[in-house]
Design a protein. Structure first.
Length: 119
């Protein structure tokens, strides 16, 4: 259940952001750096623990999306990156999936590098 109050009057302020999120999250021509409060370099974690946490979080998000009765378009929360600003709940789901896709593309770029170990 979403904890932010229902504020449908904010809908107009964010309605054009769906496409921006879909495009920006997969645009690898722009390299992004995590904001300090969520920068993983500030809280290093072993790879195995990181994968375990990612999979648990992903499973929780998928279950929420499948079962929620929340009106995702009427709940809003600010993103820590000012250019992104306020998003509704639906846009946060888009951002979460786009963020995973962005990292997948990043991994594929690293693996495609001729200097990447073959073994």
């Amino acid at each position: 259940m979403l904890k932010t109050p229902l504020t449908p009057e904010k809908r107009d302020a964010v309605k054009a952001k769906d496409e921006f999120i879909l495009m920006a999250m997969q645009d690898r021509s722009h390299k992004a750096t995590a904001p300090e409060p969520i920068d993983p370099a500030k809280r290093p974690m072993p790879a195995e623990a990181s994968v375990k946490q990612f999979l648990a979080s992903r499973a929780h998000t998928i279950e929420y999306v499948k079962t929620t009765q929340d009106d995702l378009r009427d709940h809003f929360f600010d993103h820590p990156v000012p250019v992104i600003g306020t998003l509704d709940g639906y846009q946060w789901i888009l951002l979460i999936s786009g963020h995973s896709r962005r990292h997948t593309l990043q991994i594929l770029e690293v693996k495609a590098d001729p200097n990447f170990p073959k073994n």
